[in-house]
Design a protein around this ligand. Structure first.
Ligand code: FAD
Ligand code: NAP
Length: 547
C-alpha cells in the first residue's frame, strides 16, 4: 500500500507516471544515469495493458519473439515464449520476470493514481499529487500512462439498474468470469471483441454480438512455438532488432514490397493475398504491395479479398454481409487478428445484431433495448467498447504550470506535441509514445524503448551541459503537428472513423493523432534533432528562486 504517513514531499530526479512496459523500462534506463526515479501506478500490479486486459482470448497480435524488450540480449535469449502470440497471462509473467530480473519493483509504488502535475516555473520542478494525498517533487516528469489505458463504457441510459453483471475488456476481474449457461451480450467488434467472442461463444448458452462497425480481421494462425523458428530467430536477434529500426512498423523479417497492387494481374494478386492469409498476421498482409495504405484502388483489392473470405466462411449470407466491412479501407482501423472469429457466427448459439442501423438506446433491468424498441434479454453484458485512446490518460491528470499553461486547454482542439515527446509550454515533461509519435502504429515495445532512450539521452545531455530545462518551441511543435497531418493526409488512414481519429468518443476533436510516416523515418528525425543539439527545443539553465 502507498505510504502516505508523512507530510514531507518526496524529492526525485524523475517522477514516472505508470508502470506498464514504458514506465518499467524508464526506471531501468534512467536509473542507469544515476538518477533517483520512482514510478507511480494506479493498478495493484505492474504490467499496464497486460495487467488490466484479462478478458478471454487476450493475447498480442505481434509475434512474441518481436513483441518483447530488446534492451538486454541475455533476457531475449533466455525467455521462452510457448506460443507464436503470447497470451495475456504469459506476457504478464514475462513483465514480472523483467521487473524481478532488473530489480525494478523497489522503484514502483502501486495503488497510487496521479491526479495532478504542476510545474513551478520559478523552482523549476514538477509537483505531482496522488489520490492518496502524497506529494512528489521532481525535476523531470515522464508520462508513461499508456495510450489504451482509459477504458470507456458508453453512456447508455439505465446501466446502473441492470440486474445482471457487466464487464469492460480493460477492467476484467482477476478471478475470471464463468459465462457457462448464461445469455451474454458483447458490445463492440474491435480487436478485443474479436478475440473474446469465439471463447465466450464456447461457454455461453447464447451470445448476442452487438456490432456498430464491422472490422477486418485476419487469421492469427497461432501455434505452439516451433523450436527451429525460435532457435533461428534467437541466433539472429541482434541483427533482427537492428533491422527492425529500418522498417515502418519496427518489425523485421517481412520482405519490402516492390510493386503496386495495380501492377499485378488479378489472379497473381489474389494468390499473393491467399499466401498471406494462410501465413497469418497483419503486417505481412498489409505489406503485400507498396500502396495498400495510400491508394484506394489498390486497397480495394485487398479489402475485397478479405470480404470474399468472410462470405466464404460465414454460412448465413445476411450475417456475412453484415460482417464484411465496407465503410473503411482495410488497415485504416487497427487490423484485427483472430482465431475462429468468423467461424463463430456459424454456431447455433451466436447471433449478430446491427446496432449501426438500430443503435442501442437503453440498458434495461434485464438486458438491452434498441432505438426501434427491439429488446434482448441478457444475464451478462460485456463492453468491448475500447478506450479514450492516446489523450485519455493525460487529460485525466490536471497538468499545468504556475504560469497558467494548462494541458487540457492546450489540447482542447486535439493534441499538440513536438515529436510526440514534449508539449510547448510544459517544460521537462516527456511523453512516451504520445500523440504525434508513431508508437501505436508500430510494435509498441520497440517504440517505447526508442522513446525512453531518447528521453534518457536528453536528460543526460542537459546534465552534461549544466542545463536543467528543456521545452519545445511553439514553432517546432506546430511544424511537427503540420507534418503529422500532412503525412496522414497522404494516406488512406483519415478515411476511417477510428480511435486514431478520436472518432470513438462523442465530442472528442477529430484529429488524426499518430504519426504514420513510419518508425524508421521518425527515429531518423529524432536522432537528427538530438545530433543538432536538440533543434526545435529551448535548453536552458534555470536559476532557482528561493521561496
Ligand atoms: P500501458 O501498458 O497502458 O501502461 C500505462 C499504465 O499507466 C497503466 O498501468 C495505468 O494504470 C497507468 N496509469 C495511467 N494513468 C495513471 C495515473 N494518472 N496515475 C498512475 N498510473 C496511471 N501493442 C503491440 O505493439 N502489440 C500488441 O499485440 C498489442 N496488444 C494489445 C492488446 C490489448 C488488449 C491492448 C489494450 C493494447 C495492446 N497493445 C499492443 C498496445 C499496448 O498498450 C502496448 O503494447 C503497451 O503495453 C503499452 O505499454 P505502456 O507502458 O506504454 O502503457
Ligand atoms: P476499439 O478498437 O475501439 O473497438 C471498440 C468497439 O466498440 C468498436 O467496434 C466500436 O464501434 C464499438 N463501440 C464503441 N461504442 C459503441 C456504442 N456506443 N455502441 C455500439 N458499439 C460501440 O477497442 P478495442 O477492441 O478494445 O481495441 C483498442 C485497441 O487496443 C486496438 O485497436 C489495438 O490497438 C489494441 N488491442 C490489441 C489487441 C490484440 O490483438 N493484441 C487486442 C485488443 C486491443 P465503432 O467502430 O463503430 O466505434
Amino acid at each position: 500500500m502507498p505510504d502516505a504517513s508523512h507530510s514531507l514531499p518526496h524529492h526525485l530526479d524523475v517522477v514516472i507516471v505508470g508502470a506498464g512496459l514504458a514506465g518499467l523500462y524508464a526506471i531501468h534506463r534512467l536509473r542507469k544515469l544515476g538518477l533517483k526515479v520512482r514510478a507511480y501506478e494506479a493498478g495493484s500490479g505492474i504490467g499496464g495493458t497486460w495487467f488490466w486486459n484479462r478478458y478471454p482470448g487476450a493475447r498480442c497480435d505481434v509475434e512474441s519473439l518481436e513483441y518483447s524488450y530488446s534492451f538486454d540480449d541475455a533476457l531475449q535469449q533466455e525467455w521462452k515464449w510457448p506460443e507464436r502470440y503470447g497470451t495475456q497471462p504469459e506476457i504478464l509473467k514475462y513483465i514480472n520476470h523483467v521487473a524481478d530480473r532488473f530489480d525494478l519493483r523497489r522503484d514502483v509504488q502501486l495503488n497510487t493514481r496521479i491526479k495532478s502535475a504542476v510545474f513551478d516555473t520559478k523552482a523549476n520542478e514538477w509537483t505531482v499529487k496522488t489520490d492518496t494525498g502524497e506529494e512528489i517533487r521532481a525535476r523531470y516528469c515522464v508520462m508513461a500512462a499508456g495510450n489504451l489505458s482509459t477504458p470507456r463504457v458508453p453512456d447508455f441510459k439505465g446501466l446502473q439498474g441492470f440486474k445482471g453483471k457487466w464487464y469492460h475488456s480493460g477492467l476484467w476481474p482477476h478471478e475470471g468470469v464463468d459465462f457457462s449457461g448464461l445469455r451474454v451480450g458483447v458490445i463492440g467488434t474491435g480487436s478485443s471483441g474479436v478475440q473474446m467472442i469465439p471463447l465466450i461463444a464456447e461457454q455461453a448458452r447464447h451470445l448476442t454480438v452487438f456490432q456498430r462497425t464491422a472490422n477486418f480481421s485476419l487469421p492469427a494462425r497461432n501455434t505452439p512455438m516451433p523450436e527451429d523458428k525460435e532457435r533461428t530467430h534467437k541466433a539472429e536477434y541482434p541483427a533482427r532488432r537492428e533491422a527492425a529500426k529500418e522498417t515502418p512498423f519496427a518489425i523485421a523479417g517481412y520482405p519490402k514490397p516492390a510493386r503496386s497492387a495495380l501492377e499485378v494481374a488479378e489472379a497473381e494478386r489474389n494468390a499473393a493475398y491467399e499466401a498471406k492469409w494462410q501465413e497469418g498476421g497483419s503486417i505481412s498482409y498489409l505489406y503485400a504491395y507498396t500502396d495498400l495504405l495510400v491508394n484506394k484502388a489498390s486497397n480495394d483489392t485487398a479489402s475485397e479479398f478479405v470480404r470474399n473470405k468472410i462470405r466464404g466462411i460465414v454460412t448465413d449470407q445476411k450475417t456475412a454481409e453484415l460482417l464484411a466491412p465496407k465503410d473503411h479501407p482495410i488497415g485504416t482501423k487497427r487490423l484485427c487478428l483472430d482465431t475462429n472469429y468468423y467461424e463463430t457466427y456459424n454456431r447455433p448459439n451466436v447471433s449478430l445484431v446491427d446496432v449501426r442501423s438500430d443503435p442501442i438506446d437503453t440498458v434495461t433491468e434485464t438486458g438491452l433495448k434498441l432505438k426501434s424498441g427491439a429488446a434482448f434479454e441478457l444475464d451478462a453484458i460485456v463492453f468491448a467498447t475500447g478506450f479514450d485512446a492516446m489523450t485519455g490518460a493525460l487529460n485525466e491528470i490536471d497538468v499545468r504550470t504556475t504560469d497558467g499553461e494548462v494541458l487540457r486547454e492546450h489540447w482542447a482542439g486535439g493534441p499538440l506535441t513536438y515529436l510526440g515527446l514534449m508539449v510547448a509550454g510544459l517544460p521537462n515533461m516527456f511523453i512516451v509514445t504520445g500523440p504525434g509519435s508513431p508508437g501505436v502504429k508500430t510494435q509498441m515495445i520497440a517504440s517505447i524503448e526508442q522513446h525512453v532512450d531518447w528521453i534518457a539521452d536528453a536528460i543526460d545531455y542537459l546534465g552534461q551541459h549544466q542545463l536543467d530545462r528543456i521545452e519545445p518551441s511553439p514553432q517546432a511543435e506546430s511544424a511537427w503537428v503540420d507534418h503529422v497531418n500532412k503525412v496522414a493526409d497522404s494516406t488512406l488512414y483519415p478515411l476511417a472513423n477510428s480511435w486514431y481519429m478520436g472518432a470513438n468518443i462523442p465530442g472528442k476533436p477529430r484529429v488524426f493523432m499518430p504519426y504514420v510516416g513510419g518508425f524508421d523515418r521518425y527515429k531518423k528525425q529524432c536522432d537528427a534533432v538530438a545530433a543538432k543539439g536538440y533543434e526545435g527545443f529551448t535548453l536552458s539553465r534555470h536559476e532557482t528562486v528561493a521561496a
